[in-house]
Design a protein around this ligand. Structure first.
Ligand code: PLP
Length: 445
């Protein structure tokens, strides 16, 4: 399997210098929070696939729901027809989203949901006769996907090599991570500084040219960065004041990761203009994304005098089988009380995570809900990048040898296990991490 894969399969984020030699995992099956590799070894799936498998692996009722829909109707054009699962899911998602967000466009994943959100802003401003109001404000370390536009608003330095981007349309704000604030600065002062960054950029560019601000509630792929307290509310206020659409990218945080259906309102107290989601909507069993649009935005795009097409969508928008999988997934999350479970287990998860900070090679252990990140730190913050990379990779190796998958990101490891993880399994996971860190500590001390 690995042999033919290596010959013919170009993976996402492949290292092009070594793509024929690079090491790969081959997973053969999954069960609960575990996956099994080709050698039959059982590993805890620390990242839940790719922040996705909320309900865990091996759910027969998911297979049954998917099979039933395949037999009933495996596909229908989403253009002017609908299907029972698509209509029911749209109603369900609208009911779960903040009160004013009631219109759902289904997409094929997170990137296409982000693309749709940004194009919605462009469409709206063209309809309103203000074609110049199109600049998008995004943030350093934010990740929004891999279509041209979604990649253009992604602020991860690592992802900026060799491709082209829509630079004319995008402006980035500096890192919001409280961990990097100057020594002695309070979190409240850091929040003021970060809100000022946005205010200054709006003034510099001119609000009449800015169409949208896109932000993950927690910057997940950037290293589980939690903006300072009050940041979300204050940035939303600024956007409202200047009629800039606030797009909350909840591709990771929606569907239970922080113990709620959506984090924007229920965790951070804001009602965005648009929310994007994917991953956890089907627990990764099938690909699906959604762009959820507020009534206020819809009103400005429609109406008797707006007799124009909204030419955006995909052959697989609202795919009936994917929608059936999402409905079953949501039913399982509700029936098994997984949101309540996450809220109950998160303190234990976060306490065990924070305890890892006592290691001399861990600079910051941060997280929220069932999201966690360890940021390695060897010798102050000026450690050369190649050493930092080695640290992340070594932590990954040491965890894997002990039966835990984590996701290395330069000098960091991130994890977001299936929401079904039990208190004993949380302990098992952090016991492995503690042990792995001790091993790596000896090498880098
Ligand atoms: N937005 C966020 C916040 C993400 O984390 C991701 C993927 O990790 C995406 C968008 C892109 O989603 P997809 O890979 O499904 O296109």
């Amino acid at each position: 399997m690995l042999d033919v894969d290596q010959k013919h399969h170009l993976h996402p984020w492949e290292h092009m210098g070594s793509w024929k030699e690079g090491e790969r995992y081959a997973f053969t099956r999954g069960d609960g929070i575990y996956v099994y590799d080709g050698a039959g070894r059982r590993l805890i799936d620390g990242p839940a696939g790719m922040w996705a498998v909320q309900i865990g692996y091996g759910r027969k009722e998911m297979a049954d729901a998917i099979a039933a829909q395949v037999m009933e109707l495996p596909y229908a054009s989403p253009w002017s027809s609908t299907t029972a699962p698509a209509a029911a899911l749209a109603e369900k998602v609208a009911a779960m989203a903040p009160e004013n967000l009631n219109t759902v466009m289904f997409t094929t994943g997170g990137s296409t949901a982000v693309d749709t959100a940004l194009r919605t802003m462009q469409f709206m401003n063209n309809r309103l006769g203000r074609p110049g109001k199109k600049i998008i404000i995004a943030r350093e370390k934010g990740y929004h996907g891999s279509t041209y536009l979604a990649a253009s608003v992604t602020g991860k330095e690592r992802d900026k090599s060799c491709f082209d981007f829509e630079d004319r349309l995008v402006r980035f704000l500096p890192d919001v991570n409280p961990y990097i604030r100057p020594e002695g600065m309070s979190e409240a002062a850091w929040c003021d500084a970060k809100v000022d960054d946005l205010e200054r950029l709006i003034a510099d560019v001119g609000p009449e040219y800015i169409g949208a601000f896109i932000a993950e509630p927690v910057l997940c792929s950037g290293g589980v960065i939690i903006p300072p307290e009050g940041y979300h509310r204050r940035t939303l206020e600024l956007c409202r004041r200047h009629d800039i659409l606030y797009i909350s990218d909840e591709v990771v945080t929606a569907f239970g990761r922080l113990g709620h259906w959506f984090a924007s309102e229920e965790v951070f107290g804001i009602e965005p203009d648009i929310i994007t989601c994917a991953k956890g909507i089907t627990s990764g069993y099938l690909p699906l994304g959604a762009c959820i649009i507020s009534d206020r935005v819809m009103e400005r795009m429609t109406g008797a005098d707006h007799d124009v097409l909204f030419p955006n969508g995909y052959t697989y928008s609202a795919h009936p089988v994917c929608c059936a999988a999402a409905l079953k997934n949501i039913e399982i999350i509700e029936r098994d009380g997984l949101l309540e479970h996450v809220r109950a287990i998160a303190p234990q998860f976060q306490e065990r995570l924070t305890a890892l900070e006592s290691s001399p090679i861990i600079g910051d252990a941060r997280g929220m809900g069932l999201l966690g990140c360890l940021e390695g730190l060897i010798d102050g913050r000026n450690t050369p990048l190649d050493v930092q990379r080695t640290l992340g990779a070594r932590l990954d190796e040491a965890c894997e040898a002990r039966g835990l998958i984590v996701r290395p990101l330069i000098n960091m490891c991130v994890f977001s296990p299936p929401l079904t993880i039990s208190p004993e399994q949380v302990d098992q996971m952090f016991d492995i991490l503690t042990d792995a860190i001790s091993e790596v500590e000896e090498e880098f001390a």
